[in-house]
Ligand binder design. Structure first.
Ligand SMILES: Nc1nc2c(ncn2[C@@H]2O[C@H](COP(=O)(O)OP(=O)(O)O)[C@@H](O)[C@H]2O)c(=O)[nH]1
Ligand SMILES: [Mg+2]
Length: 407
């Protein structure tokens, strides 16, 4: 059972650390019994969200994590990450690698917009001294490129759409428009919500001028491709004030300070047995004697940890899944007393579902049959029966009882 279908797209200009972030996030060696997502494209990897495992709250000595891993009481929940080539100004017009790679992003549910918070990379990706380039400008241009990309694509045969409507050949303009934007993973319900927010009626839709259409597209982009700003390279002195400015300039977008470099270094040192560190920890322990160079690197990371409480890599993924997409964790079980599945494994699977998901929707998510023949569910924490409309809480442990359930 895949814990989530979410696809996280990593975007940003060149040389800000996208690939470093990608390897820091996906290179974690996590022992997962049931490896989900078997077929993976070259630029897609598995990263992890991290959450206290519910077995700790339940006072159990351990669990038998299967579609995820449980290490020291933390669930590492796999999620797909996509690394794309760097955006440069004008990408939507085909500059750089242009539209081809932008199209890779269509399917993503959320963007991690990686910026160089030290300000040492220009818009074209050229390395300069720290502070020489403004990361606030960087966020603006990347957002602009993404909006333009979506706008240009939707605008490309808008005239045809308008004409069809004007001769009365469009019976359902909202449906037709939704069809056009479905390639971006946008649903009809989202189109309707955007139209309502902008007070555009069904009949007005095909008559929108350029500016109004752009406003609609930007609204849809924000709704369907929300973002986290990953303020990377915060190990470089002088980044702190840029992180603050990013937070002030983009109050609606979460900003997570990161150092992909520190995460990669910690992994290496941990493999060499020189430090004790779990990805996502806010602390690490040095074991043994370090040479001078390593000591300097470790001092740098300590400094970083004291300021930001970690490398931020897992934190950025957590922010995307839990704060932005508002997913919650649920643990389906068969035996609500022992918290086990059919084979007696304790809390094997965790499923991430949108906040507000009902018990029946969870059943559907597990198996169509289970949803169709759903009778009731049992909240394993309280041992109480709940109905089809019960809205799940974060870390709920749930047994689904269904008429058609086999076994
Ligand atoms: N100081 C520092 N350098 C970093 C960090 N992340 C990446 N870099 C460096 O930035 C450069 C570009 O990194 P890369 O991951 O290739 O960037 P991409 O072009 O956005 O994929 C490389 O020299 C990296 O070593 C970081 O967190 N801190
Ligand atoms: Mg790269």
């Amino acid at each position: 059972m895949e814990p989530t279908n979410t696809l996280i797209g990593i975007v940003g200009k060149t040389n800000v650390g996208k690939s470093s972030f990608f390897s820091a996030a996906t290179g974690i060696e996590v022992p997962i019994e049931n490896r989900p997502f078997v077929t993976i494209e070259p630029n897609v990897g598995i990263g992890y969200a991290r959450k206290k495992c519910v077995h700790v709250e339940l006072g159990l000595p351990k669990c038998d994590a299967s579609n995820s891993a449980c290490i020291m009481g933390y669930r590492y929940i796999p999620v797909k990450l996509m690394d794309v080539a760097g955006l440069i100004p004008g990408a939507h017009e085909g500059k750089g690698l242009g539209n081809k790679f932008l199209d890779d992003l269509r399917r993503s549910d959320v963007f991690l917009l990686v910026v160089d918070a030290s300000g040492s990379t220009t818009a074209e990706g050229v390395q300069v001294g720290p502070g020489a380039y403004d990361p606030v400008e960087e966020v603006k241009f990347v957002m602009f490129e993404l909006d333009e990309w979506m706008y240009e694509s939707i605008k490309s045969d808008w005239d045809k759409f308008t004409k069809l409507a004007s001769v009365g050949a469009l019976r359902d303009p909202v449906g037709a428009f939704s069809q056009r934007v479905s390639g971006f993973g946008i649903t009809k319900a989202q189109v309707e919500a955007a139209l309502e927010a902008l007070k555009i009626s069904d009949t007005e839709l095909p008559k929108l001028g350029d500016d109004q259409l752009r406003e609609l597209v930007v609204t849809l982009r924000k709704m369907t491709k929300p973002m986290v700003i990953v303020a990377n390279k915060v190990d470089i002195p002088g980044s702190e004030k840029n992180v603050e400015r990013l937070k002030q300039t983009f109050p609606d977008v979460p900003v997570v300070p990161t150092s992909a470099l520190a995460e990669l270094l910690l992994r290496k040192l941990s493999k060499q047995g020189l430090v004790e560190y779990l990805p996502g920890d806010s602390n690490f322990k040095v074991k043994g004697v370090l040479d001078q160079r390593t000591q300097r690197a470790v001092d740098m990371i300590r400094e970083l940890f004291s300021r930001y409480g970690g490398t931020g890599v897992i934190q950025a993924i957590n922010t995307a899944l839990f704060d932005v997409l508002k997913l919650i964790a649920t643990y389906p079980v068969e035996d609500f007393n022992k918290y086990t599945d059919k084979s007696g494994r304790v809390l094997p699977d965790v499923l991430l579902v949108p906040k507000g998901t009902t018990a029946r929707e969870l059943a559907y998510r597990i198996h169509t049959d289970l949803g169709e023949t759903f009778l009731y569910a049992i909240n394993a924490k309280t041992k109480q029966r709940v109905g089809a409309d019960y809205r799940l809480n974060d870390d709920d442990v749930i047994k689904i009882v269904a008429a058609g359930a086999k076994g």
